[in-house]
Design a protein around this ligand. Structure first.
Ligand SMILES: [Zn+2]
Length: 251
C-alpha cells in the first residue's frame, strides 16, 4: 500500500472574481502551490514538479521554497526520483522539471500537442506558460525522458492516471490505493474544494464540458472514502494531517 503526501512550496493571493468562472465576488483568495509524493512502492513517484525561482519572482509568490527541498524534507533525494507524473504543462506544474534530473515524465499527448500547437501562444493561454520550460520538453523527449501517453494508464498496481482535460487540453489526474481508501490527486481539475463541491469551474479552460465531466470523474474515483486532494486549496492542511510545516500526509 502507498503513502501520499502533499508538499507545499509557495502561496499567492488573488480574488474570487479573478479565479472562479463568472464569479462576481471580490473576496480574497489564497492559492497554495503543491507537488505530491507517492511512497511505499518500489520507487518514489512525484506528481508535478512545481517551478523555479524565476516564476516565484515574476509572479509574486509568497513563501517560495524549492520543490526539490520539500521532496528532500519528505525523505527522498530529488535526483532519486525516477518517475514524475505531469498533470499538465502550466508553469506551476512543469517549470521545475530540471530539479529532478533522474526522472522520466509522463504527459498526455493532448497536452504536448496543445502547448506546441497554435493556441498556447495566444493571450488567452500564454500567461500560464513558462516558455523555456516548454522548450525543455522537446530536449527531454529526444533524450528519451518523456513518455507521451494517450488516455488512462496504470502506473504501478494501484496507481493510475486518468485523462480528464477541461482546464487544459490533456490534464490528467492521479488515483492511488492506500490503506485508507483511494486518494484522488485532482491537481487543477479542482484547484479548490469549492470547484468540485459546487461544480463551479475555474476561469482558465480549454473545454467547459470536459471540465464538468472531470468533477464527475473525481467523485466516482473517490467513492465513499472522499480522499480528494484539491490542487491549490489551503484547506488540504485542514482536511488531512500536517506532519510538519508544508508536509501534509494524505493517507
Ligand atoms: Zn496549478
Amino acid at each position: 500500500m502507498y503513502d501520499v503526501y502533499a508538499l507545499k512550496y509557495g502561496e499567492r493571493d488573488t480574488t474570487a472574481c479573478q479565479f472562479f468562472y463568472r464569479e462576481s465576488s471580490h473576496a480574497p483568495l489564497t492559492l497554495h502551490y503543491f507537488v505530491w509524493l507517492i511512497l511505499g512502492g518500489p520507487h518514489p513517484i512525484l506528481v508535478d514538479t512545481g517551478f523555479l525561482d524565476d516564476d516565484a519572482q515574476a509572479r509574486g509568490i509568497r513563501n517560495y521554497v524549492s520543490p526539490a527541498s520539500m521532496v528532500e524534507r519528505a525523505g527522498v533525494k530529488a535526483a532519486d526520483v525516477p518517475l514524475a507524473l505531469i498533470t499538465h504543462l502550466h508553469y506551476d506544474h512543469w517549470a521545475g522539471h530540471s530539479l529532478f534530473p533522474g526522472a522520466e515524465y509522463w504527459i498526455q499527448q493532448d497536452e504536448v500537442a496543445f502547448w506546441t500547437g497554435p493556441y498556447g501562444r495566444t493571450p488567452a493561454f500564454r500567461g500560464s506558460a513558462n516558455v523555456n520550460a516548454l522548450a525543455g520538453l522537446v530536449t527531454l523527449n529526444y533524450a528519451n525522458r518523456v513518455r507521451i501517453i494517450d488516455g488512462d494508464r496504470e502506473v504501478l498496481p494501484g496507481i493510475r492516471v486518468h485523462r480528464v482535460g477541461g482546464h487544459t487540453a490533456g490534464l490528467q489526474i492521479v488515483s492511488v490505493e492506500t490503506a485508507r481508501g483511494t486518494v484522488v490527486l485532482t491537481s487543477d481539475a479542482s484547484h479548490f474544494y469549492h470547484n468540485v463541491e459546487t461544480r463551479q469551474p475555474v476561469q482558465i479552460i480549454t473545454s467547459l464540458p470536459e471540465m464538468l465531466d472531470a468533477f464527475e470523474t473525481i467523485d466516482t474515483l473517490a467513492g465513499a472514502a472522499r480522499l480528494v486532494v484539491a490542487g491549490h486549496d489551503p484547506q488540504v492542511a485542514e482536511r488531512f494531517t500536517v506532519m510538519e510545516p508544508g508536509i501534509i500526509k494524505i493517507a
